[in-house]
Write a protein of this length. Structure first.
Length: 200
């Protein structure tokens, strides 16, 4: 967690697409930073006058986030089982967190994202582009392996549509930041649509 914070807390390589996400939210909108890490994006959202809650399964990440961004609320929580009521957030931001969920749990996790978003709420996803799922070497810790679920744009679109999201924008960038995985980054902004999830 300390190495990740050192590498990425001040990095805003994805700022342009993140600002596109924020532009779709109401002023002082309520955002869930799902997989918030050390709170770097949470801090940015607060500076933009939004109300933000951050969650992460890593106790160490949450501890750092609370120190770095004391004005935000952070909780240890599993992405797959969100402890929030239906229709709680204007926006849900999941940057490089869905990649740690296995393929068989992607749609149930996206269904949870859909559930806690308000009607017409906005979802932001940042993932690693590629195919399949596997354990890869952790760039920030030699000898450590981490599980990554890679996505093609077509696959991600299919999952989102199945969980009742309408895709508004897709973008990508090449790996350019020291310490990150060496695959293209894929971004999608989507809107919650009406109706019952097709993956039930």
């Amino acid at each position: 967690a300390k190495e990740y914070t050192k590498a990425f807390f001040e990095d805003f390589s994805d700022k342009e697409i993140i600002d596109d996400f924020l532009a779709l939210l109401p002023k002082k909108g309520k955002i869930l930073d799902a997989g918030c890490g050390p709170g770097n994006f949470t801090k940015y959202f607060l500076a933009k006058k939004h109300s933000v809650g951050g969650i992460d399964l890593s106790e160490d990440m949450i501890k750092i986030a609370k120190q770095k961004v004391p004005k935000a609320t952070f909780k240890i929580m599993d992405l797959r089982k969100l402890e929030y009521s239906d229709d709680s957030f204007d926006g849900l931001f999941a940057a490089y967190s869905l990649i740690h969920i296995s393929k068989k749990q992607i749609n149930s996790t996206l269904d949870e994202f859909n559930r806690v978003l308000k009607p017409s709420g906005i979802l932001f996803l940042a993932v690693q582009e590629g195919k399949g799922e596997k354990f890869v070497s952790e760039p920030l810790k030699k000898g450590e392996m981490i599980f990554i679920k890679f996505f093609t744009e077509k696959e991600l679109r299919r999952h989102l549509e199945k969980s009742n999201f309408v895709i508004l924008k897709a973008a990508r960038r090449i790996a350019s930041v020291k310490g990150e995985l060496g695959t293209n980054k894929l971004f999608v902004i989507a809107r919650k649509s009406k109706g019952v999830s097709k993956s039930d």
